[in-house]
Design a protein around this ligand. Sequence first.
Ligand code: MG
Ligand code: MG
Length: 266
Amino acid sequence: MIFYKTDQEIELIRQSCLMVGKTHEAIVPFIKPGVKTLRLDEIAEEYIRDQGAVPGFKGYNGFPYTLCISMNEEVVHGMPSEREIQPGDLLSIDCGVLANGFYGDQAYTYCVGEVEPEVKQLLQVTKASLYAGIEHAVIGKRIGDICYAIQDMCERQHRYGVVRELVGHGIGRNLHESPDVPNYGRRGRGIKLQKGLVIAIEPMVNLGRKEIRQLDDGWTIIARDRKPSAHYEHTITVGKEKADILTTFDYLEEAIKSNAELTEID
Ligand code: MG
Ligand code: MG
């Protein structure tokens, strides 16, 4: 069942989403070689709790951390650890916040120092595909229009592997609600987009093949061929002429500019 949101509920979700963006902003100065990924998690949790909010992922299905930090060939659901960040690492950082009874959810792949041009392009295209999908998040269109736009850009135009097993989702009082928002699909298929629909759109895209597997920790998903993977996510609500993007990359991208260890992804 899909829970369509009132305007008032959407404003509450926007507040949670803003907090997620600000949490990303708070950790960006610490994303640099030599820093343990667990440190990023501590900073994020402290920031969220200081706002009087609750980390959305911590305890969700037993996940023990505030952030999912997935490095290099890790796709999603990576666990913060004692592992130190190295030059050339990719960090896909996913964060959820619960405030006023509503969740916000956002992910961004950070690039530490120099990487191969093909890896940088993977990040650029994955991010662009997120916006290509959002362009179709318009009332009267169908969910499949979003799915198709992402898949078309990543697979047909760039020959990347779009992960099938993990998908975007409705979001609101629950972190994951109906409907599923796959990053692949057919135009004109699926539910019709109606006012009040709030969804997280989140392409997970592999430089190599689309197949994944889960590590023995029970969480971390990696690309089976161990090639790099990218993940960008916005929480949005559908609009009459265009979507209303409730999360924002503005704060974290400003922060990236001030961190000489990070490479900007345009
Ligand atoms: Mg997320
Ligand atoms: Mg999500």
